[in-house]
Design a protein around this ligand. Structure first.
Ligand code: DGT
Ligand code: CA
Ligand code: CA
Ligand code: ZN
Length: 586
């Protein structure tokens, strides 16, 4: 870790200690340590570190020198990790609000019981902050404005919600006569679970009318930048969108560049350089010679032409790399060897498991959910309502679950729908890892999904053992939402994913890819390796209403980012195939 990064960590320690109300001398030691490092020259720092003489610097004592050394050599600091874990995440979030430092947050916490943004908002609305010593009506006002700003502008956005904004913009752009080609690029195109901003790319010769349309769209709250060939706008939700317009013969290069990711771009640019070529948003040109990349690219004679991204990749000796895989995680090496996977597609899904009905906390009945699945053309639909321990979700008692099994059997017999219904359950994993129903009842179901819904603050070892015990239950066929995270809203519970994955493989238990746009759990970053080891996946919408079945599309995004193929996803199999899988597992 570099000197300046270390200084940042020391500053962070100071802030966190202050947030905890620790001894002011201790706090000051970290603050001044950070300042000393910042003003030190890199060479001097390196020399002192190598000689082990950091503690000879005035203001850096033994303890601080040790921590700096640990950060420098390992890039981590045990002390900081523990400190971070010891503070409520809600309190740390409050630091983002302008005008609120650690001291003030401490006062709000101690005097008013404020521990996150919601409780702070409530305290302001009750005028309690205005009456507090050291605050006042003006600072209360400022805090409220800060909270509103943060909610509206400061955050990332769910892919699902960003895509709902993006699609009509694409449709609008395509309808303009000047627009020759257009695509959404950036993280949206790569299918990331959250989106910082939207990036639109247009090929055209006549720029002005397109820029005018873009900044004049309904819903634009502010035009944050406007030029001849580009513009940026902000919508009421806080989501921002960038537009760039390029000549048609640069479109593919610009599309590739602005699709990213940055890591992928850097790696691909290096590959180009190794072949004597320079790759940029303007084109692919010889690296040597006169002129900047842009000047060279403008010289058509030099630019390799490309009508599609496949041409671009081919010019670099690569197979086409789907945007989902462009994260700089080995995709270029695989493309070179012709070893890219044939990624799963939305059209591959034949049904889905883990869906709720009005029997627990869903908003549509069994028949309505089945009708919606039939309309999708799905061969089967799995119903997995909550179990009795999830009383807050109206979980089913034994009697009610037996009734549901009978109702599903009757619907299947009546053949009212083309879609077959599987009887499942989303059974709570109790705090010690036992399941919420006894074996006799679980045996009556087609399949059992097990999930954690309570005691989410258990420490990692306890939580991991709890989930593994549930996986080892002979009736368990799928594990629901591995970490319980809610994107942009709630952190994961602590669990050792590798151990759980290994246990699932050993017990032939599927881990779901919960496709709810708020979850996308298990995370795509874990899938490639897990599937390689033999883990099976099910893309489960966790639908609580008919509309929710559509969320499988978000799950497909993550599955693709996780390099998954049809073979490792149960719900790409046909009805007979799924029945066979269930039967073999029993
Ligand atoms: P986001 O918006 O935070 O969800 O993520 P992206 O990937 O959409 O990032 P954004 O909007 O900042 O930029 C779009 C793409 O443009 C990015 O994925 C790669 C490319 N790009 C942007 N800045 C750089 C850069 O400094 N270097 C390189 N190589 N590429 C960049
Ligand atoms: Ca972006
Ligand atoms: Ca952008
Ligand atoms: Zn659940």
């Amino acid at each position: 870790m570099t000197k300046n990064e270390i200084a940042d960590r020391l500053t962070e320690i100071g802030v966190l200690l202050e947030l905890k109300g620790e001894n002011p001398f201790k706090i000051r030691a970290y603050q001044s340590g950070a300042r000393i490092l910042e003003s030190m020259e890199d060479g001097e720092f390196g020399r002192l570190m190598a000689a082990g003489e950091l503690d000879s610097v005035k203001g850096i004592g033994d303890a601080l020198a040790q921590k700096i050394t640990e950060l420098h050599t390992t890039g981590q600091l045990e002390f900081l990790i523990k400190l971070q874990a010891s503070i409520e995440p809600g309190l740390v979030e409050l630091l983002d609000i302008p005008g609120l430092g650690p001291k003030k947050i401490r006062a709000l916490h101690d005097k008013l019981g404020v521990h996150d943004i919601a409780t702070l908002t409530a305290a302001c609305n009750e005028n309690k902050v205005a009456e507090l010593d050291g605050f006042g009506p003006k600072s209360q006002e400022k805090i409220l404005t800060g909270i509103k700003h943060r909610e509206a502008y400061g955050k990332r956005h769910l892919w699902w919600e960003a895509n709902e904004v993006a699609q009509p913009i694409l449709t609008g752009l395509r309808a303009l006569p000047q627009v020759e080609r257009t695509e959404a690029a950036g993280s949206l195109r790569r299918g990331m679970e959250t989106i910082g901003d939207l990036d639109f790319l247009v090929a055209a010769a006549d720029f002005a009318p397109i820029v005018a349309w873009f900044v004049g769209q309904e819903g634009v709250q502010e035009v944050t930048a406007q030029g001849e060939t580009k513009a940026s706008v902000r919508f009421a939700s806080g989501l921002q969108a960038d537009l760039r317009i390029v000549p048609a013969d640069q479109f593919v290069f610009a599309l590739h560049h602005f699709t990213g990711s940055k890591d992928h771009n850097v790696a691909l640019r290096q590959r180009a350089l190794a072949r004597g070529l320079s790759l940029s948003e303007w084109g692919l040109v010889p690296a040597a010679g006169e002129g900047t990349a842009k000047e060279k690219a403008e010289n058509k004679a030099l630019r390799t032409s490309a009508d599609t991204e496949a041409d671009l990749f081919k010019a670099l000796g690569l197979n086409f790399i789907p945007p989902a895989l462009r994260e700089g995680l080995g995709e270029i090496e695989a493309a070179e060897k012709g070893a890219l996977p044939k990624l799963v597609e939305l059209g591959d899904l034949r049904g889905a498991f883990h869906n709720h009905t009005t029997a627990s906390d869903g908003r549509n009945t069994l028949a309505e959910m089945t009708a919606a699945a039939a309309e999708f053309g799905w061969d089967y639909l799995g119903i997995a309502d909550h179990s009795k321990a999830s009383f807050q979700a109206n979980g089913l008692s034994e009697e009610r679950l037996v009734k549901q099994i009978e109702a599903i059997a009757a619907l299947n017999t009546a053949q009212q729908f083309k879609t077959h219904i599987f009887s499942g359950v989303e059974c709570d994993i109790l705090t010690d890892g036992r399941l919420d129903y006894d074996d006799e009842l679980l045996a009556k179901l087609d399949y059992v999904v097990v999930s954690v819904h309570n005691a989410m603050t258990q420490d990692e070892a306890v939580m991991t053992a709890r989930i593994i015990r549930a996986i080892e239950n002979q009736h368990t066929m799928m594990l629901g939402h591995l970490t319980g995270r809610l994107l942009l809203r709630r952190e994961s519970y602590k669990v050792d994913a590798t151990k759980v994955i290994d246990a699932a493989i050993a017990n032939r238990v599927i881990i779901e890819l919960n496709a709810s746009p708020w979850r996308l759990d298990m995370d795509w970053r874990l899938w490639a390796k897990a599937a390689d080891k033999g883990l099976m996946c099910a893309i489960n919408p966790d639908a609580h209403e008919t509309e929710g079945l559509r969320h499988v599309a978000a799950g497909i995004n993550s599955a693709r980012k996780g390099w998954l193929t049809k073979d490792s996803i149960l719900n790409t199999r046909d009805l007979a195939g799924v029945k066979r899988w269930f039967a073999e597992r029993k």
